[in-house]
Design a protein around this ligand. Structure first.
Ligand SMILES: [Zn+2]
Length: 344
């Protein structure tokens, strides 16, 4: 591995004393993309800026924790004595311990608490997340012939802030990319032969047991009957004003006259109407079909059919909504996991 010039600490324009919010989560998520599933054996991509920033943020957090640890002895462990020593006039928010056993308990607790936090610090320091960071830092020191990489010896940036900015910028970019790919997919369906009618036709041809598609008055309206679940859903294309193209699909449930939709039906409808890919008819049809065996489909999280509140898993989550390659998109079938509302 040759030297990576972008590992240099960015020049300072502000000197901020590092705060120490919980950044483990953010770190874990970026670490996850850098490492493969076989754990810490795989090399980390040190050319990735977000990897560098998240590592620096982790080191910064460790450093600020060291300052915290310095306060533990004697001040931290003797905290319960403060109300006693300061009772002559100096106000204290905590009351003086009422009896010696109570005071002893408090002292015990203070020590145990500090010890636990020291242990937590140690496991963070030696943990798998920091292992590659230490290895990289050591290698860079060697490369620099013992010269310090950090020239000023102070943190010149708040790396957790920088990490949050980078992460959200990355997410915005990813969202934008997915949106563009979905737009392209939608255009492709519309321009392909048969348009939405072909989507309906392909769905019918699959002959999913317990699912019957009833064509409506035009290509963009239909009913889907789920015989085993005893439900009928009405799907209708929605057009933006001034546009001939369907921009989304509305779902409602068809209830026989004189009957109100049941709780389960309403829960299903809520989930259907909060789905992603609102433009995508085949996604919606697959999603509705995933309810065909609702009375036999256990929750993917708790593995139970009815939960303690006697509710069936009414939530459906697509296993992947990532756009596929154009040549695969035509016969694409979405699969869904079932969840109880509380398990989702
Ligand atoms: Zn569940």
């Amino acid at each position: 591995m040759s030297t990576a010039p972008n590992t240099a600490i960015p020049a300072a324009n502000t000197t901020v004393i590092p705060s120490h919010p919980k950044i483990e989560e953010k770190f874990a998520s970026t670490q996850g993309t850098a490492e493969s599933s076989n754990g810490d054996a795989t090399p980390v991509n040190w050319d990735s800026e977000i990897q560098l920033v998240s590592s620096l943020a982790k080191l910064q957090e460790l450093e600020s924790k060291i300052h915290e640890l310095r306060q533990f002895i004697p001040a931290g462990v003797l905290e319960p004595l403060v109300p006693i020593s300061s009772s002559n006039g100096v106000s204290s928010s905590t009351p003086v311990a009422e009896t010696p056993p109570i005071l002893r308990n408090e002292l015990d607790h203070a020590v145990r608490d500090r010890l636990a936090r020291i242990e937590q610090f140690q496991s963070m320091w030696r943990g798998p997340e920091l292992k590659p960071v230490w290895a990289h830092a050591t290698a860079r020191m060697k490369e620099a012939n013992g010269q310090l990489i950090q020239p000023t010896g102070i943190w010149e940036r708040d790396y957790d802030v920088l990490l949050a900015e980078l992460t959200s910028a990355e997410k915005a970019k990813e969202d934008e990319r997915l949106r563009e790919e979905e737009d392209a997919e939608r255009t492709k369906v519309l321009s392909s032969e048969g348009g939405w009618a072909a989507v309906t036709e392909r769905f019918t041809q699959r002959g999913i047991p317990g699912v019957r598609l009833i064509k409506g008055s035009n290509d963009t309206s239909m009913g889907i009957a789920l015989a085993r679940a005893g439900m009928i859903f009405i799907v209708e294309g929605v057009k933006d004003s001034g546009s001939a193209d369907v921009s989304g699909w509305n779902v409602s449930s068809k209830v026989p006259p004189g009957r109100a939709p049941g709780k389960l039906e309403e829960a299903i409808l809520d989930c259907l109407n909060s789905r992603p890919r609102k433009w995508d008819l085949s996604f919606l049809l697959d999603m509705i079909a995933s309810y065909a065996n609702i009375k036999q489909t256990p929750c993917a999280k708790c593995n139970r059919l009815a939960n303690n509140a006697a509710q069936l898993p009414s939530i459906r989550r697509a296993q992947s909504t990532q756009p596929t390659k154009p040549e695969e998109s035509k016969d694409r079938v979405f699969t869904f996991d079932a969840f109880h509302t509380a398990c989702a």
